[in-house]
Design a binder for this molecule. Structure first.
Ligand SMILES: [Zn+2]
Length: 229
């Protein structure tokens, strides 16, 4: 690392352990409150209001979605630089939660079973931290709070409503995270260079065959082996 400045090594912006502990209690209660009030799909009015109340003290430029209850907010860095986007999804799943948990869902048949409650709380934590350190921030940060991740194309709607250009220039990169239980041990972050966690999608393939006589299969085009591959 010889010759690199502390900024190049990525030091200086991150919170200390004590600061993290201090911020954590509040974020844990926010996450639990979000967990108690799960909403589905593209219209999440309670969640939107709850998050706006958290963002309000920061006084950010905020835009609400037209076709969903999304929130876009911009943190302006005091230094010039490239813009990046941080994204959290907001919607829950149509799942019944075991009500025994202290902060279980209060909505029958709905649950934050995919961890988006944690993603939102984490983004609010990042927003507070970056806003507090905006004098040192090079470039702007777009916060993307996205409904409709569970198959409703919430991201597509936000992109067509301009989230990528919300800072005035197109963002250079977008970062999101997803909690997962099982494959990665607790406390470990897994990532890689380039695109990651892209959506799964459907693909329609049409196979055209050509009929023939059973005695001359070489003169027909049988679609079945192709489809069986
Ligand atoms: Zn998810």
């Amino acid at each position: 690392m010889g010759g690199m400045t502390s900024r190049e090594r990525g030091e200086g912006m991150g919170p200390t352990d004590e600061q993290l502990q201090e911020a954590m209690g509040d974020l844990v209660s926010l996450r639990r409150d979000l967990h108690r009030h799960p909403e589905l799909g593209l219209q999440l009015p309670w969640t939107q209001q709850r998050l706006l109340a958290e963002l309000e003290p920061l006084g950010l430029e905020t835009t609400l979605g037209k076709s969903s209850t999304s929130i876009t907010a911009v943190i302006r860095g005091k230094r010039r630089g490239r813009s990046v986007l941080l994204r959290a999804d907001m919607d829950a799943l149509p799942v019944q939660e075991d009500p025994a948990l202290e902060f279980a869902s209060e909505e029958a048949g709905r649950m934050h079973a995919c961890g988006h409650d944690l993603h939102m709380a984490a983004l609010i934590g990042a927003a507070r931290w970056l806003h507090a350190r905006r004098d040192e921030l090079e470039g702007d940060v777009v916060l993307m709070l996205q409904p409709g991740e569970e198959g409703y194309d919430g991201a597509g709607r936000m992109i067509s409503e301009g989230v990528l250009e919300a800072a005035g220039q197109r963002v250079e990169a977008a970062y999101g995270l997803h909690v997962i239980s099982g494959p990665v041990p607790a406390g470990l972050i897994a990532t890689k260079a380039g695109p990651v966690m892209s959506a799964s999608d459907g693909l329609i393939v049409t196979v055209h065959g050509r009929g023939g006589h059973g005695s001359s299969p070489h003169r027909a085009a049988d679609p079945v082996p192709v489809m069986g591959r």
